[in-house]
Design a protein. Sequence first.
Length: 157
Amino acid sequence: MCCGRRAEPNPVTPNSYTAVSGFPRQVIQSAVARLYRRDMKGSLMNVVVLHGTLSSDPVTRTLTSGSVLVSLELTTRVDGASVSVPVAWFDPPAAVAWTAGDTLLVTGTVRRRFFRTGGLTQSRTEVVAAEVIAGGRRRQERAALSRAALLLEREPA
């Protein structure tokens, strides 16, 4: 709210999406339609699909817990503008060999993560990756999109 006026939400409807990076329009619209129907029923959703390029080389760290964390910065396009999205991928199944400029598809959830560093508690909002697929692997990309779409059809726990 600013200056006494309430900001109107920008509604997302199934027809407001077009094909993204070569994915058929019907695949994207079908997934969004399911999200839209579920959202209108009042259920809670946290499903993310990103398709973009790496802004910088991935950074791999081993945490004190023993988990491996791969940090990615993925640049996507939203309404014609570039948007950088931080992605955390915990315990990836294999070593990461991507470099800046590579195209990736990421599915996962948005999470605000709290951590301690230098004696201070800090937080970071990021996408926690469930799957990361190298660009150009169409069959794997479609399978990842199908798995993400299935999450949209599940009943909330």
